[in-house]
Design a protein around this ligand. Structure first.
Ligand code: LER
Ligand code: MN
Length: 277
């Protein structure tokens, strides 16, 4: 089990509320490494504006992996969603998803997340579910050809109208039926939508579809800043043989560096028994 911190890349035009660490990209990478992270999740909006080789050198220099390429900033900072009511914007979103997949392949990141970036079925009418399935199937084909996978994230009911729980996520992924499409669980959303903090993780591990995890407490502060039992979640994941990333994507409060420091302080001892697993 490995630890990651979500950071925004330099071309993102506005501060992303759930992006951690301050300074230049190199500063952020050095801080992540010094805090004991194994990787970073890159929240990006326009990979073509990024110098991928320089980025790769900076990551290698810091000895960090890219845990994931996060798509949430596409919705938040660029207004792009797969289910946008304007078909031209939706097509642009689909194209941008391919750019994120290309970046993932360039940086040897295992997956691209699909959370807020899917948008809402209500924006497109009754065939939204089929439309999303078709768009994700197409993107999963593109990803698979490049050795990358997609992780769909159940989100709480206030943020989307499709796929709120692990069970709904599994049903949707089964419908799409593509080996490159799996799931990501975010503890913050789990706390709002599920009946247990641990069962959703256990059931997706049993189904072989839990590929990534986002960390945030019930109030979206750093682990330990709220009520969630992270020790129980990590133990469940450890027992189920989870070898992926726990990636902190949480409110940058009281400031982005303190949120990262507190996250790592809380999580390092919990994952210690499962290092190298
Ligand atoms: C949104 O609340 C979220 O958790 C993200 O991962 C967005 O994609
Ligand atoms: Mn998330």
């Amino acid at each position: 089990m490995k630890l990651s911190l979500a950071i925004q890349t330099p071309e993102v035009p506005v501060p992303v509320p759930v992006a951690l660490l301050t300074g230049s990209l190199e500063d952020k990478l050095a801080k992540a490494r010094d805090l004991g992270a194994d990787g970073v999740e890159l929240l990006t909006v326009n990979p073509k504006a990024l110098e991928a080789p320089a980025l790769r050198r900076a990551l290698d220099g810091a000895g960090l992996e890219v845990a994931a390429i996060g798509s949430g900033a596409l919705a938040f900072a660029a207004g792009l969603t797969l289910l946008h009511s304007d078909p031209q914007v939706a097509a642009q979103a689909q194209e941008r998803l391919r750019d994120l997949i290309d970046l993932a392949a360039d940086l040897r990141a295992p997956l691209v997340t699909v959370g807020s970036f899917r948008g809402c079925v209500a924006s497109v009418g009754t065939n939204g579910r089929a439309l999303l399935a078709a768009r994700l199937r197409e993107a999963a084909d593109y990803a698979a050809a490049r050795g990358v996978r997609l992780a769909l994230e159940p989100l709480n009911r206030y943020e989307t109208d499709i796929v709120h729980t692990a069970a709904e996520g599994l049903a949707f992924v089964d419908e799409v039926g593509h080996s490159a499409l799996g799931l990501l669980l975010d503890t913050y959303h789990v706390n709002i939508e599920e009946r247990s903090w641990t069962e959703p993780f256990r059931s997706l591990m049993a189904a072989g579809r839990l590929w990534h995890v986002h960390l945030g407490d019930n109030n979206r502060l750093h682990p330990g800043g709220g009520l969630i039992d992270f020790a129980a979640i990590v133990a469940t994941l450890g027992e189920a043989g989870y070898r992926g990333y726990l990636s902190a994507e949480l409110l940058a409060r009281p400031d982005p560096d303190t949120a990262a420091t507190e996250t790592m302080r809380a999580m390092r001892p919990l994952v210690a028994p499962y290092r190298g697993h």
